[in-house]
Ligand binder design. Sequence first.
Ligand code: UDX
Length: 457
Amino acid sequence: MKLIVVGAGNIGLVTALCFAEKGNQVYCVDSDQPKINKLKSGETTLFEPQLDSLLATHLSKSNIHFSHQLDSFINQSDVILIMVGTPNNDAGEVDLTAIENVLNDILRLSVTALNSRSFTVKTIVLKSTVAPGTNIKLTAKYPNFNFISSPEFLREGSAIYDCLNPDRIIVGSASRQQSNAHPSSQAESDLKIIKKIYAGYKLSDDKFLPMDSVTAEMTKYAANIFLAARISLINEFSRVCEKAHADVEILKHALGLDRRLGSEYLNAGIGYGGSCFPKDIDAFLSYANSLNENLIITSAIRKTNDHQVKTFAARIANYFKAAGINSSEATLAIWGAAFKPETDDLRDAPALKLIDFLLAHNFKLNLYDPRATSGLKTLFKENPNVKIFENSYEALNTTHALIVATEWNEFKSANLKEIKKLLRKPVVFDGRNIFSPPIMRELGFEYFSVGRGFNEL
Ligand code: UDX
């Protein structure tokens, strides 16, 4: 099938390439011309495992086409998937400007087509995360389009795997509102269109979940909030574990074996970040607020997440205070900055909160991240108290402690003896529990992790 994908960011680019991989002809548009030029020449614009090879394959097979203008592609397909960014405004509400710009563009081009009598109703598949009720609002404002709400659940770092192996495909139709028992012919046609888009996936029928558009839009928020809640809960337990001399890793294992709970999203650490959880929680709180609903647990998830990284940062500051070392004379090495491994994305990364706290306490910092070097340079190049390194061990040289902020595999397999040799004093603050406390103690480290007892700072 021929498909137009608008937006070539983390979600749009991956989805466009995955649709190409599944046998479609994909026309991908993004208004960022330099980005499009790079993509056309086979250069990826973000780090995501396997993205380079997928781009090279489908450019060479001519299954994927890029343009910075919709005009060149508009007649290629009547189905347009929108995956542009939906940031929050200052009030935490979802800003639809980028989506509306695309819709106005389509409208402009369709009106031109209408003059030449070749107008067909465009189906717009809304994959960007939007507040519940957006499909209905857009349907009222743009009656010439048929909107289908089909949010994406891709995780950065495993986005291609997730996109090629979806757990479920949401098909939200505005015309299904309050009539789930007897879907309208429009809702039935929406389901057919989505099944046609995913034909190459060979998914069983039960993977497609037709529903009303408000529930479809809410599914995305509910999924993210549930996952963030698990993380905040385990983080809360981690703090109690430390005081009670219990071990959050053993607790996690025991919880994970309970089939009602499952084992994912139970890693304690310095909290969640990224472009989705923090933004979506704010947007959903603001949406609920507009309905006069005060979401107690959802607001607490956010507070717990902020508290977790602050507690960890304060532990570091307290350690140096107790050791009688003036923070302005201490340099700390931080390994990891991206909000999680296998991405170069620094958006809302807990490491950045940690860095801000430590800089405010006058520490000097040596930073290293396997993929986020250029992002770190943009953020901290001008800061005389921050040095950015391209090698993890060089970042350690003569520093007063190592702090682990992201659990990259290369850190898990690091040479501990080498780390010890390079540090002035063997002190490690592990914000992602990647090392084993007995091994660290045996090697003579002062080792502080999250929720594994004996961290009385
Ligand atoms: C998330 C959702 O998983 C995805 O479905 C949605 O489409 C977008 O938001 P993403 O932000 O890419 O995806 O990352 P995810 O792997 O979910 O991790 C989010 C944050 O939680 C990261 O900062 C990660 O380090 C943290 N996390 C995750 C934990 O602290 N503990 C865990 O056990 C799992």
